[in-house]
Design a protein. Structure first.
Ligand code: KIV
Length: 288
C-alpha cells in the first residue's frame, strides 16, 4: 500500500474514533462506513443554528442532523409538515457555518422529494450547493428507493429514515412501528431497500428494540436509533429534548441530560428583577 492510499484509508485524520477525535477535517460518509466495520458506536444530535451547532462540533459529535424537527423545535410549527425547503436551506447553511468537523446532514422536508427522483435531486442539490451539507436525509423505505438511487448516482450521500416517519403523521400518527410479524417483515424490507438503493446509513425511529437489533445485524450500513433500543450502531436525539428545553412532555425514549428551560427561566427572571430593581446595569457594566 502506498503512503498516499494508507493515509486515505485512515478512519479520520487523527486516526481515532469518530466521537471525540481531534481531527480538523470534516467527517465523511466513508468515516461512518468504517466505524460500522470497527463495531464502533457513535452519537448524533440535531442542530438548527450556528451557535448551538458549534458547541456540539467542539464537543466532538461526529454527525449533526439539521432535522425538519426544526418545525416543532425551532420555528414554532405544530409538526414537521409545514417546513419548507427554503427554511431548511437557511438553517442548514447556518449549521455548516458554525461547525468545522461534524458531518452535516440536511433533512429534505415534506413535499420536496415525494414527486419523484428528479424533484428529490433538485431539492437535495439546493441543500448541497446553497447550504453546503455533506449528506441529505429523507423518509421512507421501499417507497423512496428510486429517489435514493438517483441522489447516490448523482454523488449525494443519503441517510434514509424508516419506522415512524413524522412527515406522514397525518397518515400514521405517532405510534410504534414494526409491531407484529407483518409489520416487522415490512420494516426489514424497507431497511434492505434503502441499503440496496445506496443509502450510507438509516434512521430507525420508534421501533421495538429487538427488531432494531435484528435490522442492525443484517445490514452492513449503520443504523441510527431514536426510540429503537440500545443495539443500533448510533443514537440520535433532538437537542432541545435532551437538554430539557422542549416544553411539556417528551417521548419516553428521551433522556434529559440538562434542565435548560429552568436554567434560562431563572436567568431571565434574575435579569428582569435587576432591571426593575435598578441593580442592572451596575457601575462595572457602564461606560463614562
Ligand atoms: O427531524 C429530525 O430531527 C429527525 C430525527 C428525529 C431523526 O428526523
Amino acid at each position: 500500500m502506498t503512503q498516499l492510499s494508507a493515509a486515505h484509508d485512515k478512519p479520520s485524520d487523527s486516526g481515532k474514533a469518530l466521537y471525540g477525535g481531534k481531527g480538523t477535517r470534516r467527517i465523511t460518509v466513508r468515516d461512518i462506513t468504517l466505524a460500522k466495520e470497527r463495531g464502533e458506536k457513535w452519537p448524533m444530535l440535531t442542530a438548527y443554528d450556528a451557535m448551538t451547532a458549534s458547541v456540539f462540533d467542539e464537543t466532538g459529535i461526529p454527525v449533526l442532523l439539521v432535522g425538519d424537527s426544526a418545525g416543532n423545535c425551532h420555528l414554532g410549527y405544530e409538526s414537521t409538515v409545514p417546513v419548507t425547503l427554503d427554511e431548511m436551506t437557511m438553517l442548514a447553511a447556518a449549521v455548516v457555518r458554525g461547525t468545522r468537523r461534524s458531518l452535516i446532514v440536511g433533512d429534505l422536508p415534506f413535499g420536496s422529494y415525494q414527486e419523484g427522483p428528479v424533484q428529490a435531486l433538485r431539492s437535495a442539490t439546493r441543500l448541497v450547493k446553497e447550504a453546503g451539507v455533506g449528506a441529505v436525509k429523507l423518509e421512507g423505505g421501499e417507497r423512496s428507493h428510486r429517489q435514493i438511487e438517483l441522489l447516490v448516482e448523482s454523488g449525494i450521500p443519503v441517510m434514509a429514515h424508516i419506522g415512524l416517519t413524522p412527515q406522514s403523521v397525518n397518515a400514521m400518527g405517532y405510534r410504534v412501528q414494526g409491531r407484529g410479524e407483518e409489520a416487522a417483515q415490512q420494516l426489514l424490507r424497507d431497511a434492505k431497500a434503502v441499503q440496496d438503493a445506496g443509502a450510507f446509513a438509516v434512521v430507525l425511529e420508534l421501533v421495538p428494540a429487538e427488531l432494531a437489533a435484528e435490522v442492525t445485524s443484517v445490514l452492513h450500513i449503520p443504523t441510527v436509533g431514536i426510540g429503537a433500543g440500545p443495539d443500533t450502531d448510533a443514537q440520535v436525539l433532538v437537542w432541545t429534548d435532551m437538554m430539557g428545553l422542549t416544553p411539556g412532555r417528551v417521548p419516553k425514549f428521551v433522556k434529559k441530560y440538562a434542565g435548560l428551560r429552568e436554567v434560562m427561566g431563572d436567568a431571565v427572571r434574575a435579569f428582569a428583577d435587576d432591571v426593575v430593581g435598578g441593580a442592572f446595569p451596575a457601575e462595572e457594566n457602564s461606560v463614562h
